[in-house]
Write a protein that binds this ligand. Structure first.
Ligand code: AQP
Length: 338
């Protein structure tokens, strides 16, 4: 059964930007949870390469990383037949619907987006219009597939709210057109913080490579980065906000093992920080080992990956253009002559 023919199942849409190498944060906060959704829902997992353009990218790197993200989705366990896994830029309907929705979104709404404020501070040399209208493209992504649910971290919930407002506005003007999506908040999946500044989230575009672990880091690199992780001088293993570095290491450990935090804190209470770090590194290495093995296998099979890219873009296009045509008809754009 594939995503298109399971009519009784709800649709989930989610994506990641190929704006850096996928980190352990992206994996534990998103990708790992996605793999648990694929039987219960019709899932559409996008590589949102158009979104990544809002920050300047090196063209060759962007191409390389986009393919890497797609292969990592599969290596992490997403089935490319059950789910639709594709590049956003391969389905032109995203950009077309985003333009239309731009005309139904107010400047005031976009001005309130905290991510725009943060990113324009971080990239003050390149505050482009795409960065400002990013949430409208995200709304188009979600609405094209008539998604019922969107897994979002806290940082994206404001964007989802905007998407819902735009969908409701459009439906009120033109009659039921879009499903109004809800947020999907998985039970497990903590926010993983930077290893170098545990008050900041772990980000794939962080300039300091020691702040994150990528899914393809070697065991030695993982151990080295975790050993260097910033902790504190309390010399006590506890799960509390006053010790953000230790809290983060415990979150990483428990997100992987899926054990309750209290149980792990009790078991580790007599360990030194060095020993805790070794335990965390061990579970990270073991979690990533099979993903890396599958990734390097997939990398060798160029034609298989190419066929997934082609087929999935076609599957996504069929759904997306159906919604786009409906929208175009409703707002009065002339029908194409075939
Ligand atoms: N540190 C994190 N902990 C848990 N979940 C995280 N996510 C991101 N960072 C963490 C989740 O990963 C998904 C992919 O997000 P994205 O690629 O759209 O961009 P992002 O959220 O902005 O992630 P990054 O790594 O911080 O990218 P850059 O550095 O390019 O901005 C989302 O579901 C997100 O919640």
């Amino acid at each position: 059964m594939t995503a298109e023919n399971q009519k009784d199942k709800k649709v989930i849409f989610s994506g990641m930007q190929p704006s850096g190498n996928i980190t352990l944060g992206n994996y534990l906060g998103a990708l790992k949870n996605w793999t648990k959704l694929q039987d219960e829902y019709n899932c559409v997992f996008c590589i949102v390469d158009l979104h990544a353009l809002t920050v300047r990218q090196d063209p060759a790197e962007l191409r390389r990383r986009s393919r890497e993200v797609l292969m990592l989705y599969i290596a992490a366990g997403l089935d490319p037949e059950k789910n639709i896994i594709y590049y956003q830029s391969h389905v032109g309907a995203h950009a077309e619907l985003a333009w239309i929705l731009n005309c139904y979104t107010y400047m005031g709404e976009l001005n309130r987006m905290t991510q725009f404020k943060e990113k324009s501070q971080k990239h003050s040399e390149n505050i482009n219009a795409g960065l400002f209208t990013y949430p409208v493209l995200m709304a188009a992504d979600i609405l094209l597939y008539q998604a019922n649910l969107v897994p979002v971290g806290n940082d994206q919930s404001q964007h989802l709210e905007l998407c819902r407002d735009v969908a409701i506005r459009f439906n009120n003007l033109y009659g039921e057109t879009f499903i109004v999506p809800e947020g999907y908040f998985p039970k497990v999946g903590a926010r993983i913080m930077s290893l170098q500044d545990p008050t900041k989230k772990m980000s794939k575009s962080d300039e300091n490579e020691n702040s994150y672990i990528t899914l393809l880091d070697s065991p030695d690199t993982i151990l080295r980065k975790i050993k260097k992780a910033v902790t504190d001088s309390e010399a006590k293993i506890a799960y509390r906000d006053e010790q953000p570095g230790i809290k983060n290491l415990l979150n990483i450990y428990c997100s992987i093992t899926e054990e309750p935090i209290e149980k792990v804190v009790e078991r580790f209470s007599s360990l030194g920080y060095g020993e805790l770090k070794a335990k965390v590194a061990e579970v990270v290495v073991e979690e990533l080992r099979p993903i890396q093995e599958r990734f390097y296998q997939l990398e060798k099979d160029k034609s298989y990956i190419d066929s997934i890219i082609k087929n999935n873009a076609e599957r996504a296009s069929r759904i997306a253009y159906k919604t786009l045509s409906k929208v175009q008809r409703k707002i009065g754009l002339p029908a194409k002559i075939r």
